[in-house]
Write a protein that binds this ligand. Structure first.
Ligand SMILES: Nc1ncnc2c1ncn2[C@@H]1O[C@H](COP(=O)(O)OP(=O)(O)OP(=O)(O)O)[C@@H](O)[C@H]1O
Length: 651
């Protein structure tokens, strides 16, 4: 193919090219990357350089990025894996000599330091989840059914990583022990390997493992690389036995390269520039100590503003740039990167599976998660029911008296407040899932919307919906609200809508920010605001129409609907004239007798609604409350979706 013509290919063509071809080489030239350094929440100061003019070529085999903590290993790997937007860095990355396509991250396996496996699911189920969402129909062969092929691939990878004995064991959560650390790490690798990527990135795969397990894992990676894969790992301070397995390394110091090339040549290179590693010393320790010592010295010099040109020339990074190794590398890179920079024809990112499929698979996972921890979900219902039962006992069969009318008002307000500050706030656990969502989304498991409908809503709502339904029903009959099917249904509907509305607000805050305090205080502040504007406070001094503002209050919309539903057609009389007609009205003849004695002897539900400035005459007056709650819910769900979309935008 004409090399110039190659760059006229569309993303689809490229994806096809890469799906068919193995990634044999990733080359990068003059990569520089900086991050905004925020001192205060809104103000950003000078950008902090993370990588400076880093170049190299990784080929099939076991490649490693080594360096002390904070030297930029993960950042370099993120760039190479396509997890950082092209807008954020300068330099050029090529895959098999072609520009890195937009969806490269979907094709590459990426094992992050902290895994996001589902603790209540088994090893096999976790791997299956990845296979179901990341293996496109096109990548599966004809003949066998898709389902059988996926199952076979899962079993193959379980076997390859030596996980057969624990395949049905649960991963484990903070509260229940599961598989060992090494098995967990291998399961994480298996979730990536199951898509048979020809390139695999692993960030600190040995961290948290004992020496033996770490070596065993690295040997497995070596075997995988010998099958023709291109594997890139970052390592912090590996032992010698691990270093000997490596084919190529990049040594980083404060974002600059101090060596890139074959592992076997590294000792020779350093002795050439005057640093001789003793025979019995671990070369890894030797180089890293050298880099750390130099960085510390450099930091002190910088503090004193006296970094000398003479010293600069002796710096490891400067010496590397003037070395023969670097010249050779640069010649090769010039050759590979000679072609024009590719500009993408389309920015559409194609997912391996369809929207519906992503929804179904995420729904299956969330149902399993809910089903496997029934106690966690039922506790909510049990506690809420017990609490409401207590209120029901205290106010058992409240009479239709003026005092009973005030009990109704008080109880409605209290139940709504409990829905806001009690039931809805549990939705904050979405915050804990956000990093899992970001990782899985970046790896091409699913789009945002199927996740929202398939995972988020089913996982967070059933327990709340059930709690609200059971507890409110108990209260309804214990307290003795209006005995009418329509009134009962409208009462349940209103409370459910209040719950959705309040939960959508807590969800929005969880999706919006990583700050745990803000996810707690944000919704509470908003709820308090709604109590103030929706309650009977005199806030006419606020410079906007108070009536319009009331529609913003979930409290107002909820209480108003419950009051209209309960109070219309009811009359509340003094106990002494509590001789009801059977349809909730006082015996008016008796009332006439008492009328002259006390004005408080009789109150109609309607007159109470009048006193609260609540309109109740038309169907619109009744239904604008539920409608307002639906609009609230939809509004905050949309905001949640937008916040999640922003959260998953490439770094
Ligand atoms: N998004 C970011 N925001 C702020 N600082 C960042 C960001 N990304 C990287 N950095 C900073 O850049 C430097 C390099 O980070 P990076 O995670 O790449 O280092 P590392 O070598 O992988 O470290 P470790 O071994 O501890 O994981 C660090 O000082 C880090 O704080």
């Amino acid at each position: 193919m004409d090399p110039q013509k190659r760059y006229l290919l569309t993303d689809d063509d490229l994806s096809y090219e890469f799906d068919r071809k193995k990634v044999k080489q990733v080359s990068f030239q003059d990569l520089s990357y900086s991050v905004p350094q925020r001192r205060y929440v809104c103000l950003s100061s000078r950008p902090k350089p993370v990588l400076q003019s880093v170049s190299g070529i990784f080929r099939s085999g076991l490649n490693a990025i080594l360096g002390p903590t904070g030297s930029g290993k993960t950042s370099l790997m993120d760039l190479l894996a396509g997890r950082i937007s092209h807008r954020r860095f300068t330099g050029d990355i090529r895959v098999n000599g072609q520009p890195q396509p937009d969806h490269f991250r979907f094709m590459a396996g990426y094992v992050v330091q902290q895994d996001f496996l589902e603790g209540v699911l088994s090893v096999r189920e976790n791997i299956h989840f990845s296979a179901s969402l990341r293996l496109s129909k096109r990548s599966l062969s004809q003949g066998e059914s898709d389902r059988q092929q996926r199952a076979r691939l899962v079993e193959e990878v379980i076997d390859k990583l030596g996980l057969s004995e624990v395949a049905d064991s649960r991963i484990g959560t903070d509260f229940s022990r599961g598989v060992s650390g090494g098995e967990r790490k291998r399961t994480h690798i298996a979730t990536e390997l199951v898509i048979a990527p020809s390139i695999l990135f692993l960030d600190e795969p040995t961290s948290g493992l004992d020496a033996y397990t770490a070596l065993k894992l690295m040997r497995q990676l070596k075997t995988l690389s010998q099958e023709g894969r291109l594997i890139v790992v970052t390592l912090h301070q590996p032992r010698y036995a691990i270093l000997r397995l490596l084919d190529r390394v990049t040594l980083l110091s404060a974002g600059e390269t101090v060596y890139h090339g074959e592992w076997t040549d590294v000792t020779g290179y350093f002795s050439e520039i005057g640093y001789q590693c003793e025979e019995k010393e671990n070369p890894g320790d030797f180089f890293l100590d050298l880099i750390v010592r130099e960085s510390r010295f450099l930091k002190n010099q910088l503090k004193m503003h006296e970094i000398e040109t003479e010293y600069n020339e002796r710096r490891l990074a400067t010496q590397y740039i003037s070395s023969h190794n670097y010249n050779e590398l640069y010649k090769q890179l010039e050759d590979i990167h000679r072609c024009k920079t590719y500009t993408s024809n389309s920015r559409v990112v194609r997912y391996p599976t369809s929207f519906i499929w992503q929804f179904l698979i995420t729904l299956l996972r969330s149902s399993r998660v809910v089903g496997r921890s029934p106690l966690a979900y039922l506790t909510h219902t049990l506690l809420a029911s017990l609490g409401y039962m207590l209120f029901g006992l205290i106010l058992l069969q409240s009479p239709l008296t003026p005092a009973g009318l005030h009990d109704r008002y008080g109880l409605f307000t209290m139940v709504i407040l409990h829905h806001l500050f009690g039931l809805a706030t549990g939705t904050r656990s979405i915050h804990a899932r956000k990093q899992q969502f970001i990782h899985e989304h970046q790896q091409g498991y699913y789009r945002t919307l199927p996740y929202v409908f398939g995972q988020m809503l089913p996982e967070f709502f059933p327990s709340k919906v059930l709690s609200s339904f059971v507890a409110s029903t108990i209260l309804y009959f214990m307290f003795g609200f209006k005995l009418s099917v329509t009134s009962y249904l409208l009462y349940i509907l209103s409370l459910q809508l209040v719950l959705y509305s309040a939960s959508s607000i807590t969800m929005f805050f969880s999706a919006l920010t990583n700050n745990i305090y803000l996810t707690i205080i944000g919704p509470e502040f908003l709820f308090m605001f709604m109590v103030v504007i929706g309650g009977n406070f005199n806030y006419n001094l606020i410079p906007f129409p108070s009536e319009a503002l009331k529609y913003f209050s979930i409290v107002r919309l909820g209480v108003k609907t419950l009051l209209i539903n309960e109070l219309t057609d009811l009359e509340f009389c003094l106990p002494s004239i509590r001789n009801l007609t059977g349809n909730g009205t006082c015996l008016h003849e008796t009332y006439h007798v008492y009328k002259s004695i006390s004005v408080d002897s009789y109150i109609s539900g309607e007159s109470f609604l009048d006193s609260q400035l609540i309109m109740y005459e038309t169907a619109w007056d009744l239904w604008n409350g539920p409608l307002g709650l639906v609009i609230h819910t939809m509004f905050f769900f949309t905001l949640t979706y937008v916040a999640l979309r922003i959260a998953v935008r490439k770094k």
